[in-house]
Design a protein around this ligand. Structure first.
Ligand SMILES: Cc1cc2nc3c(=O)[nH]c(=O)nc-3n(C[C@H](O)[C@H](O)[C@H](O)COP(=O)(O)O)c2cc1C
Length: 168
């Protein structure tokens, strides 16, 4: 791609999105409990390790997400880093389906919906929340970690079937 844009003259969102789609990322489902008691969750690529002391992660949630308010207010949330066989779950949680939890195996871990199939699970206590632009930044202190060996689900250029072994 050769397209360039001058930030000073206003950067088109599509140009920015295209550039960032070329950043290889893992994918995670973020879950919490809504005020009414039902689980909610969405797929994110905007997640990273934030600090080691205390062990923390940073997640970025679009203001358009129906989970945003619950996540911004919750005391705890779950991070489920998806494995290479979980493309279906990724699509489910990237959707705006009425009940995303209907076809996935899950349980409550305290107030956090825990998806069984995810190879990496972090239970996080919310330690900071702030808005920037059209997104909300959520920082969570990790209180529980469960890890199983699995190939990761990898996203690149809006495709999420880029297993690390595919080599294309
Ligand atoms: C590959 C991929 C990565 C995404 N990353 C994020 C993200 O980092 N943050 C976010 O808020 N939404 C992200 N989304 C969009 C949400 O998953 C999507 O808008 C979802 O429908 C929101 O669900 P909700 O409205 O039930 O909360 C991503 C979607 C895809 C397909």
């Amino acid at each position: 791609m050769t397209a360039t844009e001058d930030v000073a003259t206003g950067l088109p969102a599509a140009t920015f999105a295209e550039a960032m789609s070329r950043l290889v990322s893992g994918l995670a489902v973020i879950t919490t409990r809504q005020a009414g008691g039902a689980p909610c969750g969405l797929l994110v690529s905007s997640i990273c390790s934030y600090s080691v002391a205390p062990p923390s992660v940073l997640v970025v949630i679009d203001h358009a997400s129906r989970c945003r308010e619950s996540l911004a207010r919750c005391a705890e949330f779950g991070v489920h880093v998806l494995g290479g066989t979980q493309e279906r779950a990724a699509r489910t949680f990237a959707s705006r389906g009425a009940d995303k939890f209907a076809d996935v195996a899950w349980t409550w871990d305290g107030v956090v919906p825990r998806l069984y199939a995810a190879p990496i699970y972090l239970r996080c206590a919310t330690s900071a929340v702030f808005d920037h632009g059209d997104h909300t930044v959520l920082i969570g202190e990790v209180g529980r970690v469960e890890v199983e060996d699995a190939e990761p689900l990898v996203c690149y250029r809006r495709l999420f079937d880029w297993g690390l072994r595919r080599g294309r």
